[in-house]
Design a protein around this ligand. Structure first.
Ligand SMILES: *[C@@H]1O[C@H](CO)[C@@H](O)[C@H](O)[C@H]1NC(C)=O
Ligand SMILES: *[C@@H]1O[C@H](CO)[C@@H](O)[C@H](O)[C@H]1NC(C)=O
Ligand SMILES: [Ca+2]
Ligand SMILES: [Ca+2]
Length: 182
């Protein structure tokens, strides 16, 4: 009789130990799983934060005026590269149609490439949408660069009329325009 009690006790003990070690293993697995979930959540959080900042930044650079969004560049490029950047953004270099728009763009207070060029035929200024220049805001004595200066630029913001023809290969800030329908 005592022998069988001992045996049962031993079996019970073995069983408890097995259960305990299984539980410990389970607990470890659970902790690992929780850590993994926490890690994944923090990764997702990082991604969400990154998306939020990347969404916030460009919107600071886009300004709305009278049916269009204007992109205020933060760096300088050649006229051609500036135009490429605008097109990549779904826009193009800005076309200035009237005095109000001219004044709006003067507010940027810096030299800016605009969507104007006479690269095809000297002296025949055209906008990037192919329309000929009709209403212009050239600075006095401009355009003066003949075949050396074939790209349009906004210059001194303090002047009402401040366009300049400039060497296309020089680098400047630029301004894109994207028409929006509301
Ligand atoms: C355009 O960007 C410059 C920085 O590159 C900033 O100083 C200026 O205030 C911006 N202009 C407008 C009208 O947002
Ligand atoms: C807005 O643009 C239209 C043409 O698209 C123009 O006729 C009008 O004068 C502009 N208004 C202002 C306030 O610039
Ligand atoms: Ca020219
Ligand atoms: Ca010039």
């Amino acid at each position: 009789m005592p022998g069988s009690v001992l045996l049962v006790s031993l079996l019970l003990l073995t069983d408890v130990l097995t259960q305990c070690s299984l539980f410990a293993l389970l607990k470890r697995k659970c902790l690992q799983l929780l850590c993994l979930i926490k890690h994944l959540l923090s990764l997702m959080f990082d991604v969400v934060e990154k998306i939020k900042t990347s969404l916030a930044q460009p919107s600071d650079r886009w300004l709305y005026f009278n049916g269009s969004l204007y992109y205020n560049s933060s760096n300088e490029k050649t006229w051609q590269e500036s135009r490429k950047d605008c097109i990549q953004k779904g826009a193009d270099l800005t076309i200035i149609n009237n005095r109000e728009e001219q004044n709006f763009i003067r507010q940027f207070k810096k030299y800016l490439w605009i969507g104007l060029t006479d690269i095809e035929t000297e002296g025949k200024w055209k906008w990037v949408d192919g329309t000929p220049l009709t209403r212009s805001f050239w600075d006095s004595k401009e355009p003066n660069g003949k075949t050396l200066e074939n790209c349009g630029q906004i210059k001194n913001p303090n002047l009402q009329n401040n366009w300049n023809d400039e060497r296309c290969s020089n680098t400047h800030n630029w301004i894109c325009e994207e028409k929006v329908s509301l």
